[in-house]
Design a protein around this ligand. Structure first.
Ligand SMILES: *Cc1c(COP(=O)(O)O)cnc(C)c1O
Length: 426
């Protein structure tokens, strides 16, 4: 049994002082507010800047200045192999074998590239299953792929509605839709963590059910990577994609990632090809025949943006030192505290939408403001003005995500106290 939570600064400060991960906060730039730090809860949208990011980018600018084209082969981390310098830590963070992952492009681009290979509709099996209310990019991408193959979203897009009170989706509902429509579903595309509700999906259980029906399975891990310990290889999923600017703290528009399961490493899958996906050993013979590199690397198109990979590399080093398991342990406590504060101190103002079972959520709580949209907006703006940084989702939800690398118990308490101050004033 852990000590019960308390809504006092003494308690929160003592918990922060006893936190074995407390020093990691010093490795980040915390946006200032008035006379101190803001309380930043937006790691689900744009993670904070690691202090090492600037030097990492500057080092590559220096090599470019000093070495020119020779920077591809010289310098501490030659550009020719640069994406490989992030590979091991990336594999570690998503629970994959090193050759199953690649840092490349951005999420939306990777989603399309993966669908080129893993959405192969036939007259009998042409549907894609997504969750209702999927992130716009995901929805636009699947609709456009369905149309691209000559099918119609009306018939080929299946959107699974939430069957639980706050719009979350039970495993039973996933089982039902696959039992009913599995034979016509070509691809199941679900999130690791749903961006609106904060619900966590069971990747392995979903993959097993979907594979039993003969469907391919891909996951969008935008809100899961760097948030939850993942076991992508063991999940058996065919592919996954993610971005790196949310919990992975790699900067605005950071280089995204993709996972392709090892069983497809040498499969002759159709794909959109580019020279960087060509077999590394013969790439520079510049031959006309495309021979893909085995593994996820074989989906690369272009030589990677080194200046954008540099922050990802140093950010992943931080995760490696902290360890996803330890981060998750702290995250359960932090988010548990935030939930407890909302439930015990603010039941007249707020209501948590995210599942209450800790194993069914990550860092984020989606919090509905009681009393409708106008009330919600007023509170949200008050919080921002007072240095409590969350984000807003229509019509009445504030997302608050304590990130275990840099958030403190004291931040959660500051959020609750500020909400109370607003309520008292209105
Ligand atoms: C953040 C997010 C995206 C963003 O896609 P980009 O291509 O990186 O702009 C897409 N899908 C989901 C589910 C997201 O949460």
């Amino acid at each position: 049994m852990s000590a019960p939570y308390e809504a006092t600064s003494e308690w929160a400060q003592a918990r922060d002082a006893a936190d074995p991960l407390r020093d990691f906060r010093n490795e980040f730039l915390i946006p200032p507010h008035e006379n101190g730090d803001s309380h930043y809860f937006c790691g689900n949208s744009l993670g904070l800047q690691p202090r090492t990011a600037r030097d990492a980018v500057n080092a590559e600018l220096d090599y470019w200045g000093e070495l020119g084209v020779e920077g591809h082969f010289k310098g501490r981390l030659p550009w020719m192999d640069y994406h490989e310098f992030v590979r091991d830590h990336l594999a570690e963070i998503v629970g994959a074998q090193p050759d199953e992952v690649v840092a490349m492009n951005t999420l939306g681009v990777n989603l399309h590239l993966m669908m080129v290979s893993f959405y192969r509709p036939t007259p009998d099996r042409h549907a894609i299953l997504v969750e209702a209310g999927a992130f716009p990019t995901d929805r636009y991408a699947v609709e456009s792929q369905i149309r691209y193959h000559g099918f119609s979203p009306t018939l080929s897009l299946i959107e699974l509605e939430g069957d639980e009170p706050n719009g979350t989706i039970s495993m039973a509902a996933i089982e039902r839709v696959l039992a009913e429509h599995g034979s016509r579903i070509a691809l199941v595309l679900l999130p690791g963590v749903q961006y609106r509700t904060g619900q966590v999906f069971d990747l392995k259980a979903i993959t097993e059910l979907a594979h039993k029906q003969g469907c391919n399975v891909g996951f969008d891990l935008a809100h899961a990577v760097g948030n939850l310990p993942l076991q992508l290889h063991d999940s058996g999923a065919d592919f996954a994609i993610w971005c790196s600017y949310k919990y992975l703290n790699s900067g605005p528009g950071a280089v995204g990632g993709a996972f392709v399961h090892a069983r497809h490493a040498r499969a002759a899958l159709p794909r959109f090809a580019g020279w960087w996906g060509h077999d590394k050993t013969t790439r520079f013979q510049m031959g006309p025949e495309f021979e893909p590199t085995a593994g996820a690397d074989g989906w690369q198109l272009s030589n990677p943006p080194i200046l954008a990979l540099a922050p990802l590399r140093v950010s992943l080093e931080i995760f490696h030192r902290a360890g996803m398991q330890r981060l998750r342990e702290k995250s359960l406590q932090l988010t548990g505290y935030l939930e407890w504060l909302v439930q015990t101190q603010l039941p007249d103002v707020l209501e948590v939408v995210t599942p209450k079972e800790p194993e069914r959520r990550g860092a984020q709580l989606s919090i509905r403001v009681l009393g409708g949209r106008a009330q919600g907006r007023a509170l949200f703006e008050y919080l921002i003005d007072n240095g409590i940084i969350g984000d807003w989702r229509e019509p009445d939800v504030i997302r608050i995500s304590p990130a275990p690398l840099y958030n403190r118990f004291a931040d959660c308490l500051a959020f609750a106290q500020m909400v109370r101050r607003w309520k008292t004033q209105t």
